[in-house]
Design a protein around this ligand. Structure first.
Ligand code: PEP
Ligand code: MN
Length: 338
């Protein structure tokens, strides 16, 4: 970290900063300018030494970290791109993976129709929420255990892996018993107890971006999962809250190349929750593949008009099938397949 002294800071104040660093076994490089002195502190391991230790000392103007606050999710830590295994499907390789299905599992018939439709169109992983994190406690909260059973049943019948959300640390074991991959939703990105338990589960995890969180906070949250010893984490950009109100959330397409530059983890994009409207989903999905996303997470319902949750942003099976054709062309043009 870099400690910048105030203009006119005394020699004693500079010495106190140096002494503090030495007492913590940290290296020091002094840069005494004509007006200002800057002290570079070396070896302050990511996150372990708080900047406040120096910021509170008299004569200090500011303290800036050089290292990123996340470590395990960083490119420096993992030079090779991580491939995540969800059942037999690999996320993060040459192939763009499409995960599709209803927002919520509603019934055996609805889930089976959705699963058959998206599989036929080329999706390789089925999504469906059994536990729903709803903004209002009065909204449909999902079929819960029954929903998990329906997901497992479809997986068995169609041989397609399933991803479903876990909203509570207490449910991690239960959800892990049914799902091939756990989803941690936007509203829970910084639920650190949930991240730790999901990391311990041994299941791969899709970590959605908190809609008010920076990319740095997102990658630092991923460190909680990775700290439990496995590298099986997929990041999912799903839009952030901005002043724009013509879409549900603003999809931050630039997070795709930024994540590729700063992290070894695969990144997928959820155009559905960003768009909030079915008519906007295909364009955002196409943009995501063009931007280099490793996959997509798309809400598809056999009858969107009857959906209990997120019907307006859900694609019908025929719209999804058409979109898959378009995505194949885009993937091919950038040297990937779907
Ligand atoms: C979902 O995938 O259905 C969901 C609730 O997403 P998010 O957490 O991104 O809002
Ligand atoms: Mn949804």
């Amino acid at each position: 970290m870099i400690v910048e002294m105030r203009t006119g800071a005394s020699r004693q104040e500079v010495d106190d900063v140096v002494q503090k660093a030495k007492s913590l076994d940290l290296g020091v490089q002094l840069n005494i300018g004509t007006d200002k002195t800057v002290v570079a502190i070396l070896g302050s391991n990511t996150g372990q030494i708080p900047t406040d230790i120096f910021a509170v000392l008299p004569g200090v103007a500011s303290v800036t970290r050089i290292m990123k606050p996340y470590k395990l999710a960083s490119r420096e830590f993992g030079h090779k791109d991580t491939i995540v295994d969800c059942g037999a499907v690999k996320i993060g390789g040459q192939r763009v993976v499409v995960i599709a299905g209803p927002c919520a599992v509603e019934s055996e018939k609805q889930l089976m129709q959705a699963a058959e439709g998206v599989k036929k169109a080329g999706a390789t992983i089925l999504r469906g929420g059994a536990f729903k994190p709803r903004t209002s406690p009065f909204s449909f909260q999902g079929l819960q255990k029954k929903g998990l059973e329906l997901l497992a049943n479809v997986r068995e019948k169609l041989g397609i892996p399933v991803v479903t959300e876990v909203v509570n640390p207490q449910d991690v074991k239960l959800v892990s018993a049914y799902a091939d991959m756990l989803q941690i939703g936007s509203r829970n990105m910084q639920n650190f107890a949930l991240l730790t338990d999901a990391g311990k589960s041994g299941r791969p995890v899709v970590l959605k971006r908190g809609f008010s969180c920076t990319i740095t906070e997102w990658l630092t949250a991923a460190d909680y999962l990775l700290a439990e010893g496995k590298n099986q984490v997929v990041l999912c950009e799903r839009g952030i809250r901005t002043f724009e109100d013509s879409v549900r959330f603003s999809l931050d397409i630039s997070s795709v190349p930024v994540i590729k530059r700063n992290s070894h983890l695969p990144i997928i994009v959820d155009p559905s929750h960003a768009a909030g409207h079915y008519s906007l989903v295909p364009a955002i999905a196409r943009a995501a593949v063009a931007a280099g996303a490793d996959g997509l997470l798309i809400e598809v319902h056999p009858n969107p008009k009857e959906a209990l949750v997120d019907g307006l942003q859900s694609l019908s099976i025929s719209d999804f099938t058409r979109l898959m054709e378009e995505l194949r062309t885009i993937a091919r043009s950038i040297g990937r397949s779907i």
